[in-house]
Design a protein around this ligand. Structure first.
Ligand code: MG
Ligand code: ZN
Length: 227
């Protein structure tokens, strides 16, 4: 039975994700799962984020890709705890892969673990990795219809980012339509708009991370699951 197999895979994944979440909470490490399409700007976002937060926060990165170590090579310039997972064709990270990635990191030397998921806005949303928050990326060049086409990330993300806002004058993007679709799916969905090129909106993103990590520090050991 196909359906039974899928349910068993997800159940096993959830069990391992719970172990990851427990290990991270015990080590006092906050964890973000970054989800967005190929080219939505996940790695570029992380480059600037790591550079800007490096003085204040000890950050580790697990970056997932189908092939190549290019993202890890970019990020290791800003962070000495980076591990790359090649999924070998799978279009999402699963909790067991993240568990293996965590084994390559010194968790007790970290305040924050950022997981860059495989570029894909579909199944990464459904695979719990043990994160404390999911960040969903939409980018201006992808087009303004993406929230309507991918409602699940809108419903589940702890924070949504609209990236590459520096391109708004140059590409067709119906910002009012984008916002209307987003609010129709989830009126309270938290959204920040930013550009790593101009720096617009970036301080708000950094402040969000600081508050997120701080919340974990004050609630250490009682971090609830993020779904
Ligand atoms: Mg990337
Ligand atoms: Zn997948």
């Amino acid at each position: 039975m196909q359906i039974q197999v899928v349910q068993n895979v997800l159940k096993l994944n959830d069990e391992i994700a719970a172990l990851n979440r427990r290990a991270l909470a015990d080590a006092g490490v906050a964890c973000l799962n970054i989800i967005g399409s190929p080219g939505s700007g996940k790695t570029s976002l992380l480059e600037v984020t790591l550079e800007r937060l490096r003085p204040e926060l000890r950050i580790g990165v697990i970056t997932g890709d189908i092939a190549t170590t290019r993202d890890a090579e970019r990020l290791v310039r800003f962070c000495d705890q980076v591990t790359q997972i090649n999924t070998g064709g799978s279009c999402h990270l699963d909790a067991n892969q993240v568990r293996q990635g965590m084994a390559n990191l010194r968790l007790d030397g970290l305040d924050l673990l950022i997981i860059e998921n495989v570029g894909n806005l579909i199944c990464p949303v459904g695979f719990d990795l043990g994160q404390r928050a999911k960040i969903g990326l939409f980018s201006v060049p992808e087009g303004s219809d993406k929230p309507a086409k991918h409602p699940r990330i809108v419903l589940e993300a702890d924070l949504l980012l609209l990236t590459k806002t520096d391109l708004l004058p140059y590409v067709p993007f119906d910002r009012q339509g984008f916002l209307a679709d987003l609010r129709a799916i989830r009126d309270s969905a938290p959204l920040l708009e930013l550009s790593v090129v101009t720096g617009e909106g970036f301080d708000d993103w950094l402040a969000w991370i600081a508050a997120f990590v701080g919340r974990g520090a004050s609630a250490k050991g009682q971090a609830g699951p993020s779904r």
